[in-house]
Design a protein around this ligand. Structure first.
Ligand SMILES: *Cc1c(COP(=O)(O)O)cnc(C)c1O
Length: 222
């Protein structure tokens, strides 16, 4: 059973990496979205060589990775879900990249946590490209002010932008908008594209694609 899972995951991973390599040069980094995955799946994808992971929740990420990190010191953990300011310490302690900075208060809390803990995860700002009321992320029009606050007031370096396009809309225009915003603000990293559209995202210049289902198979519902 475990052998089958390992084989399946390693074949799916090889397929995704090949598609990414064919779509863009250099290809984007594959961020394996490991939320809700059981231990066997995490160990299988590690065995296949995967080292970069995305998680939505701080606590689940700690449960998945705190111990495994001892065995795999080259792990790189990305927070890709919304972060409450009062969890900033935990997030700064655990993650190497926080992709979901989206408001001034969180920038201040992260800056304070980084100073306290002496650890500086890389940061991306999540942009709500579809301006959906229920979705996290700063509206495109609010990006300049947030960037200025993060850089000038909070003293943070921001490396890039992340987006989750609206479900049921073509993703291309959202990827194009995110790439344009990044260029306009001198930001290098672009986290965009998930299981259904990572090849498209790679063609639009993604530096990171976040892939769960296409790598692990269907998620077990939490
Ligand atoms: C769950 C999740 C993903 C991965 O979604 P799949 O469709 O399973 O690839 C990517 N990004 C974010 C922010 C997510 O929450």
């Amino acid at each position: 059973m475990t052998d089958t899972l390992e084989l399946e995951i390693s074949q799916r991973r090889a397929g995704i990496l090949a598609e990414l390599a064919a779509a863009a040069s250099p290809p984007p980094v594959l961020v394996a979205v490991s939320k809700t995955q059981p231990a066997e799946a995490l160990d299988a994808v590690l065995a296949a060589g995967q080292r970069v992971f995305g998680e939505n929740r701080v606590q689940e990420a700690a449960a998945h990775w705190q111990d495994r990190r001892q065995a795999f010191p080259d792990l790189e953990l990305h927070l890709i879900g919304p972060l409450q300011s009062n969890k900033s310490d935990d997030a700064v302690r655990l993650f190497d990249v926080i992709q979901t900075l989206d408001r001034p208060k969180l920038a201040d809390a992260l800056a304070a946590a980084m100073t306290r803990l002496g650890r500086r995860p890389r940061l991306m700002i999540q942009v709500n490209t579809g301006e959906e009321p229920q979705k996290a992320g700063v509206a495109p029009a609010g990006l300049p002010a947030l960037l200025d606050h993060a850089r000038t007031k909070a003293g943070l370096e921001v490396d890039g932008l992340m987006c989750i396009p609206p479900v049921g809309e073509p993703a291309g225009p959202h990827f194009a908008l995110l790439a344009k915003l990044a260029r306009a603000h001198g930001l290098i990293q672009l986290s965009m594209g998930m299981s259904g559209d990572y090849v498209l995202a790679a063609r639009y210049g993604a530096t990171h694609v976040r892939v769960g289902t296409a790598l692990f198979g269907e998620r077990i519902k939490p």
